[in-house]
Design a protein around this ligand. Structure first.
Ligand SMILES: NC(=O)C1=CN([C@@H]2O[C@H](COP(=O)(O)OP(=O)(O)OC[C@H]3O[C@@H](n4cnc5c(N)ncnc54)[C@H](OP(=O)(O)O)[C@@H]3O)[C@@H](O)[C@H]2O)C=CC1
Ligand SMILES: Nc1nc(=O)c2c([nH]1)NC[C@@H]1CN(c3ccc(C(=O)N[C@@H](CCC(=O)O)C(=O)O)cc3)C=[N+]21
Ligand SMILES: [Mg+2]
Length: 295
């Protein structure tokens, strides 16, 4: 039977409407407009699409957003100085530095310079540490979006066997940690797989919830999933497509056509995790603005 489609775009719209209401209230009661600064170094076309989508979403719901474009050759010093300036800027409640950065810039140094209370990406070691021990802090947007997507869709996480394929710092590791927590919308039994995993298919077939964050176009096939599985596809891969106007199209890490004929539920690409990521960035920015009232 064909799978239920988990419509990330629609869930994202619902959450964004709630955020827009909350922003109106913040403006009416506290004269406060949440502000986000996005920093982009260089000319990566995929990054540009993400940045454009973020700016539009901010505009739509009433978040002030500003974009800082540095040239590819910008020095690490220049970037760190810009972050310091944004750290001190009272209109700015969230700072996002688009990754990956050019090779001559140390990513860790850059992330460490962002004030943890403005780190709406949830990448600063302080926020990662809080996530690990179950303390309140900013959650990375993609994992947070996946968690919200599952809970809005009524997928039980408590007691489920979640298999995550991928162990990056921005997706695989934080999502595994979030769903493992002894907390609501979590309590999963988690297995994390990666490129050195032996007999990957034998493990993915055991998943009640399979999360693919691999960066390999359509790698997860029908024989790797069970009929009861809920499949969340985090992958966003551009592949060449001469039939498309742009010359390329987006596919996930899951072979959607065959897997969706077998599993219980699945999130599509585009229209799945991507819009949820943007929404949780907005959510964290609003949260950060609210927290600034308490300081
Ligand atoms: N929708 C969204 O909002 C977002 C989407 N993405 C997308 O998600 C995907 C993953 O991103 P990211 O985590 O940054 O990617 P990384 O390249 O940082 O990590 C990929 C992970 O997949 C593992 N892997 C690679 N090949 C295989 C394989 N053949 N078998 C098993 N495991 C494998 C790697 O293993 P190892 O560690 O051993 O190298 C690594 O842990 C990408 O397509 C990216 O574009 C990313 C961020 C946000
Ligand atoms: N500091 C930082 N934080 C990030 O969160 C971050 C990052 N750097 N670098 C790049 C990755 C990738 N990422 C995406 C987010 C949304 C979509 C998205 O909205 N995708 C739409 C499609 C957009 C399109 O049409 O191209 C969808 O899947 O429906 C895609 C990719 C965030 N990342
Ligand atoms: Mg680098």
């Amino acid at each position: 039977m064909a799978a239920t489609i988990i419509d990330g775009k629609k869930i994202a719209e619902t959450i964004q409407q709630e955020l827009a209401e909350e922003i109106k209230q913040l403006q009416a009661e506290h004269h406060l407009t949440p502000g986000l600064a996005v920093v982009l170094v260089g000319e990566n076309p995929a990054s540009k699409v993400y940045v454009r989508n973020k700016n539009k979403a901010c505009h739509d719901i009433g978040i002030y957003s500003e974009q800082h474009n540095l040239p590819q050759e910008a020095s690490e010093q220049e970037l760190l100085a810009l972050i310091q300036q944004l750290n001190h800027d009272d209109k700015i409640h969230g700072i996002l530095v688009q990754l990956p950065l050019p090779d001559h810039i140390d990513e860790h140094k850059v992330i460490n310079t962002i004030l943890p209370e403005k780190d709406v990406d949830g990448f600063h070691p302080v926020n990662i540490g809080k996530l690990m021990i179950g303390e309140k802090g900013f959650r990375p947007c993609t994992p947070f979006g996946v968690q919200k997507m599952l809970s809005y869709s009524g997928v039980p996480i408590d007691g489920a066997h979640v298999v995550v394929v991928g162990r990056s710092n921005i997706v695989g590791k934080p999502i595994a940690n979030m769903l493992l927590q002894k907390q609501p919308d979590a309590n999963a039994t988690v297995t994390v797989c990666h490129s050195r995993t032996k007999d990957l298919a034998a493990i993915t077939r055991q998943a009640d919830i399979l999360i693919a964050a691999i960066g390999q176009p359509e790698m997860i096939t029908a024989e790797m999933v069970s009929e009861n599985a809920v499949v969340i596809d985090v992958g966003v891969n551009r592949i060449e497509d001469p039939a498309s106007k742009t010359g390329y199209r987006l596919v996930g890490d899951v072979k959607f056509d065959e897997v969706s004929q077998k599993c219980k539920a699945i999130s599509p690409v585009p229209g799945g995790v991507g819009p949820m990521t943007i929404t949780m960035l907005l959510y964290n920015t609003v949260e950060s603005a609210k927290q600034s009232l308490e300081r």
